[in-house]
Design a protein around this ligand. Sequence first.
Ligand code: ZN
Length: 291
Amino acid sequence: MQCIFCHKDSSTSKSVEHIIPESLGNKEHILPKGYVCDACNNYFSVKIEKEMLAQPYFVSMRRRNDIRTKKGNYVAENMLFPGAHKASDTIFDSKENALYIKDNDVVKSIIEGKCCYAIARYIEEPEYPDKIMSRFLAKCAYESFFLMGGEHDYQLWLKERDNKESMFHDFDKLRQFARYGVGEWPYSQRRIYSEGTFFSYKGCEPYEVLHEQKFFFREVEKIDEHKFLAELYFVLVICGIEYVICVTDPDISGYNQWLKDHPNHSPIEDDDEKRLDIGMYDINPFLIKTK
Ligand SMILES: [Zn+2]
């Protein structure tokens, strides 16, 4: 086998590749062993995903939505303890309704009755633009092709990888940007629904969506009845924030134009799915999700 990122032999690689990190709740979108070699897998996990998840927005968002690490642990967050005049790394255990506080002075203040509440930051959106996020999107888009195409496309890629006429050649810039950070790759970011929004689908019980993704064609020019020129975009939504990159070119202007032409819409929307109007945007879900 060969790695889809570095092209080196990956026959002895042991890791499977999670397209979205397990620490964001992904248990479904996984590439088989050998598609991504152990070295590239480790590179993405340390240099891209770990850095992204350490950003204040992701720490805040995971704590308030109860999204745990892949080992099932809660995320530690720096909280302010006004009575103790100090901040401390703190873990909120929503099951036990308990706080685990690292700083001993803060603990002492609480025992002495000087400190009776903690303040956690509520950060609505990630900083924008951010190169780590754009490389993460490039990685997810590139890997998602192989997930969709399965074994057949992987074998085709092995055969046609170096052929400049092949469709795989169009994705090579994306591969290099994801793996080696060559150049810049602008993306679009906006909130399209609030955390805590419920959806219903063909009579199912209402459910929340942690992350969803799709490829989206924007028609640029019609050639004839069955043929049109199109731009290809990858759309990823995590906890209500839509991130979009163009797949074949680092140019987001076509998508920005689509947004102007389709105000208040997102390509991720499914016509069969009805959004229920139970947004909790203004309310801290921290205070609501107690069963
Ligand atoms: Zn590799």
